[in-house]
Design a binder for this molecule. Structure first.
Ligand SMILES: NC(=O)c1ccc[n+]([C@@H]2O[C@H](COP(=O)([O-])OP(=O)(O)OC[C@H]3O[C@@H](n4cnc5c(N)ncnc54)[C@H](O)[C@@H]3O)[C@@H](O)[C@H]2O)c1
Ligand SMILES: [Zn+2]
Ligand SMILES: [Zn+2]
Length: 374
């Protein structure tokens, strides 16, 4: 254990400000304090949520190290850490599970009080473990995986089966689990039902996989980029449409297509208009619509309350509703048992230093998930 207790110098992709490219920098990563874990990252995926920080749709201080969908190996642990040891393979959790707060203690809850969705940018003790050019660098959602090494609170670390391949299992850290859980856990899609998924990125395709696993008989994918259709059909969509192809509102198009039987809709884009479109598109009485796309910060939404008065259910979920530390290791076991296939979601694999190229692939709509390897 040559590095335990010492500052580690390594490479990280630092964002110095909004709307700027990542800069690969030499940084210093301080040793973990009490109840903290230092992790060497092995593979990390690129998720749209990371881009929300670049664009300012998600609030953050700068400089910051983003990235939140990864697999790593524990390098060292701080005092009092009991659930992982050096050498353990782990998934960092952007949604922690402290097992003490009221959300963690409620059987239906998962939004742990220690989550950092509002951009505090520090670990539980209120400080950062990263320094670059003498300046402190902010953490992101308790994860910061666009770095060779990161430090996490113990409540943000799940130990997983060592047999899992990092470049695949990393998707369980966000995209796959979020989408799959939105269908099977949050919406609780029923066999034989009709589902509609708005947005066919990595998370939307994972919703489709969840709807299929739950036994939905019709799964309609909606996207303005028709290049996404082939992949959506491959993972389980039964048909795909673009809202641009009809002058009618998408809710009417879907009602006509299905004889007004859409039971579940999912917004997996993160736009206010499509959140209302998805709500309007589920059955006026027994329909359920789930907001999965991250809402742009500081934006308000107006909608006709008649949409709810008639009986619809409108809900949302973070991380698919899973209790992260309990459920992530189980999802990894299911991956190893081949209950689902993540290969279909991974379109590109690049070395970490090519991170800006990975984001270009996201912007051009060419990638579903790009995985960066170290
Ligand atoms: N709730 C959570 O815990 C959670 C977790 C991960 C990601 N997210 C959010 O989920 C959303 C999707 O993430 P992703 O990584 O799959 O993103 P992505 O950018 O890969 O996919 C979004 C898709 O939406 C499509 N789209 C854009 N505008 C559209 C429109 N007007 N109508 C129809 N389709 C449109 C795009 O063509 C793209 O295929 C993001 O907002 C992300 O921040 C939420
Ligand atoms: Zn994500
Ligand atoms: Zn908690």
């Amino acid at each position: 254990m040559g590095t335990a207790g010492k500052v580690i110098k390594c490479k990280a992709a630092v964002l110095w400000g909004m709307n700027q490219p990542f800069s690969i920098e030499d940084i210093e990563v301080a040793p973990p304090k009490a109840k903290e874990v230092r992790v060497k990252i092995l593979a990390t995926g690129i998720c749209r949520t990371d881009d929300h920080v670049i664009k300012g749709a998600m609030v953050s201080k700068f400089p910051v190290i983003v990235g939140h969908e990864a697999v790593g190996v524990v390098e060292s642990i701080g005092e009092g850490v009991t659930t992982v040891r050096p050498g353990d393979k782990v998934i960092p959790l952007f949604l922690p599970q402290c097992r003490e707060c009221n959300a963690c203690c409620n059987p239906e809850g998962n939004l742990c009080i220690r989550s950092d969705l509002t951009g505090r940018g520090v670990l539980a003790d209120g400080t950062t473990r990263f320094t670059c050019k003498g300046k402190p660098v902010q953490h992101f959602m308790n994860t910061s995986t666009f770095s060779e090494y990161t430090v996490l609170d113990e409540s943000s670390v799940a130990k997983i089966d060592g047999a899992a391949a990092p470049e695949k299992a990393c998707l369980i850290g966000c995209g796959f689990s979020t989408g799959y859980g939105a269908a099977v856990k949050t919406a609780k899609v029923t066999p034989g039902s009709t589902c509609v998924v708005f947005g066919l990125g990595g998370v939307g395709l994972s919703v489709i996989m969840g709807c299929k696993a739950a036994g939905a008989s019709r799964i309609i994918g909606v996207d303005i980029n028709k290049d996404k259709f082939q992949k959506a059909l491959a993972v389980g969509a039964t048909e795909c449409i673009s809202p641009k192809d009809s002058p009618k509102p998408i809710s009417e198009v879907l009602s006509d297509m299905t004889g007004n039987t859409v039971q579940y809709t999912f917004e997996v884009i993160g736009r206010l208009e499509t959140m209302v479109d998805a709500l309007s598109s589920c059955h006026m009485n027994y329909g359920t619509s789930v907001v999965v796309g991250a809402p742009p910060s500081a934006k308000m939404l107006t909608y006709d309350p008649m949409l709810l008065f008639t009986g619809r259910t409108w809900k949302g979920c973070v991380f698919g509703g899973w209790k992260s530390r309990d459920d992530v290791p189980k999802l990894v076991t299911e991956l190893l048992e081949k209950k689902f296939d993540l290969d279909q979601l991974i379109t590109h694999t690049l070395p970490f230093k090519n991170i800006n190229e990975g984001f270009e692939l996201l912007y051009s709509g060419q990638s579903i998930r790009t995985v960066l390897t170290f």
